[in-house]
Design a protein around this ligand. Sequence first.
Ligand code: SAM
Length: 243
Amino acid sequence: MMADGATHDYLWTGRSGPFTILLNDQVFAPTHTSREVAEGITVHPGDTVIDVGSGSGVLSFVAAKLGARKVFGGEVNPASVELARRNAELLGLQDVVEFRLGSLFEPFGDVRADVVIGDVSGIPDEIASISGWFPGGFSGGPTGAEVPMAMLESSRSHLAPGGRLYLPTASIQDENAVLRTARRIFGEGRIRQLRERLMPLPGKISESTVARRLMDSGMVRLIRRGSRLLWELRVWEITAPPA
Ligand SMILES: C[S@@+](CC[C@H](N)C(=O)[O-])C[C@H]1O[C@@H](n2cnc3c(N)ncnc32)[C@H](O)[C@@H]1O
């Protein structure tokens, strides 16, 4: 683990890769979820894309390499915005990809996008603090649903007619609450599951009293395989109504 914000190279080998970006310990490091979202997104040449919770910028760069005309990345973590801007320059994408500081859609004014990548934090705060996955503590709220639900609430006014929103959900958050919100805002028929994957839960989380309590409450759903606990990751495509 790097200390005090020192940067190191990270080779992205997911969709549109390989390409190298910089990471440091103040910025969310791309995960299997990033890879699954990247696999799921459809970006047409010329599209405008908003990437909410852009972290290192990795999914913004994937969208740019898929042909987006303009990509706006947004982050509450100032260290992410700073590093993502450096990454855009390193990749020669600074004219296409622009990173802005602020919560959810706040930094995007009246921008309407053909594609919204809604990969904001969705892990319950108590689990996130054990995991160390969220530098700066910018995790998903008490149940891990609060930040994605707030993102969904304001997404509609930032999607162009017929635009597509990509949303990862997980069985280690209150996934039903996130999906209920998506259905209420967009309607059941506009939500399509694209991908599903089982992920191992790191031992330090599965052995924690926090995880046990959330499991016992029925809020998170984990699958036991021998001595391991697995969680389910899903990626959804939500299509906004036509004009
Ligand atoms: C799961 S990470 C994904 C980062 C990036 N998309 C990736 O794949 O590596 C979620 C990101 O959302 C950011 N975040 C959390 N709350 C936010 C909010 N209210 N507005 C914008 N970004 C937020 C976190 O700082 C974190 O970098």
